[in-house]
Design a protein around this ligand. Structure first.
Ligand SMILES: NC(=O)c1ccc[n+]([C@@H]2O[C@H](COP(=O)([O-])OP(=O)(O)OC[C@H]3O[C@@H](n4cnc5c(N)ncnc54)[C@H](O)[C@@H]3O)[C@@H](O)[C@H]2O)c1
Length: 352
């Protein structure tokens, strides 16, 4: 199967391409399409990236080609990593609306081109932010089940790792999902957490200990306070040590936020989670992941985009697996869904 990466020469796109090749996710008979923009720096650099990848990995690299126009994108899985990101500098916030304003044109151009020139089968993985807006635009052009935003999967892998660190076990022993909106408005779904080797009572005790008597009703205030404390800490080492002292779900929000503020960005982790999702789609077996998808009433009677656990396979996602969220999860999911809808509305009206 073939993969196309839009925004291949960006920080995230380049990591995705490199990891796809280095980790031998694609056989040598498959094609990896590196997609840039005509003219300008990325249109030139995408040819250079192709040459560099061949230089490094010729023996096991898939077929590498370059596309510079949305109409030329051809693949079974299309990864959307093109578009602007918030500045990776402390004290330079960029609102979701400002980012949406920058990236709505990118989402729309590729959605229209894929709808018109695509195979009608490609699965689209949205990495670019706001990921919920990208999913909404792509899903309305291509059909909702072929489009999945990877922010919730990245948040899920972080959640599992933070829980594993707190319990002193390896990450692969921890299951559980994060839903909601990617970033500060994520929803840690504690009711879905499973820890291999622990029975139900042991798990309940472990989860209660990790949560420390908190519920998600106070989570937004905790996140706001965490950001304030981190913004007031000029020493990066101290900031990350402070994060280490917090509970796992708060660390899931705070650590990547601080990483981005440090100037390092989160390109490697984002790419790794994207590869994981792409590999799962290519694998062909139905596997449960978390992703931002366009709902039609499957959870809390919601329509609109929301991060939830879903079954994915080669045709996209098929089912939502969140029958009974805990009451505090349901309340936060509903509130976050409202915020996503409100944030997306002006752009979706504009696109109609
Ligand atoms: N979902 C996540 O978990 C997550 C994490 C980190 C970053 N991101 C997002 O990924 C996106 C890329 O981030 P980055 O750090 O790589 O940014 P970057 O600025 O380094 O790269 C963006 C790339 O997109 C390209 N691009 C812009 N418009 C294009 C178009 N119309 N066609 C083809 N290419 C185009 C640019 O030339 C550039 O190469 C951002 O939207 C960012 O917010 C998402």
């Amino acid at each position: 199967m073939d993969v196309a990466v839009l925004g291949a020469t960006g920080d995230v796109g380049r990591q995705i391409c490199t990891q796809l090749v280095e980790r031998r996710i694609l056989p040598t008979t498959s094609r990896l399409q590196l997609v840039g923009r005509p003219g300008g720096a990325s249109g030139r650099a995408v040819h250079g990236l192709r040459a560099d990848l061949i230089d490094a990995y010729d023996e096991h690299a898939p077929l590498l080609d370059v596309a510079l126009d949305p109409t030329e994108v051809v693949a079974d899985v299309v990864v959307v990593a093109a578009g602007m990101t918030a500045p990776a500098t402390s004290g330079v916030p960029m609102s979701r609306a400002a980012l949406a304003d920058k990236n709505v044109g990118v989402f729309t151009a590729y959605a229209e081109a894929l709808a018109r020139h695509g195979s009608g089968q490609e699965v689209v993985v949205v990495v670019s932010n706001p990921v919920e807006l990208g999913v909404a635009i792509m899903a309305s052009a291509l059909g909702r089940q072929r489009v999945i935003g990877m922010g919730a999967w990245l948040d899920t892998l972080r959640f599992r790792r933070e829980i594993a660190v707190s319990l002193g076990v390896r990450r692969h022993r921890v299951g559980g999902f994060v839903g909601g909106q990617h970033g500060e408005d994520l929803v840690p779904l504690w009711s879905t957490v499973r820890i291999s080797g622990l029975d139900v009572d042991e798990r309940r005790r472990a989860v209660d200990r990790l949560r420390g008597g908190r519920s998600l009703d106070g989570f937004a205030a905790e996140v706001a306070s965490a950001k304030e404390q981190l913004a007031a800490t000029s020493d990066m080492g101290q900031a990350f040590a402070l994060i280490d002292s917090w509970p796992p779900d708060l660390r899931v929000v705070a650590r990547p936020w601080m990483t981005h503020q440090s100037g390092a960005k989160t390109a490697a982790g984002t790419a790794s989670a994207t590869i994981d999702l792409v590999d799962t789609i290519l694998d062909g077996r139905d596997i449960v992941v978390a992703g931002q998808v366009a709902l039609a009433g499957e959870v809390l009677d919601r329509t609109g985009v929301l991060g939830v656990p879903v079954v994915v396979g080669q045709k996209g996602w098929t089912r939502v697996l969140l029958d009974q969220p805990a009451p505090d999860e349901a309340r936060r999911l509903a509130a976050v869904a409202e915020r996503i809808d409100a944030a997306n509305a002006p752009w979706l009206r504009g696109a109609a």
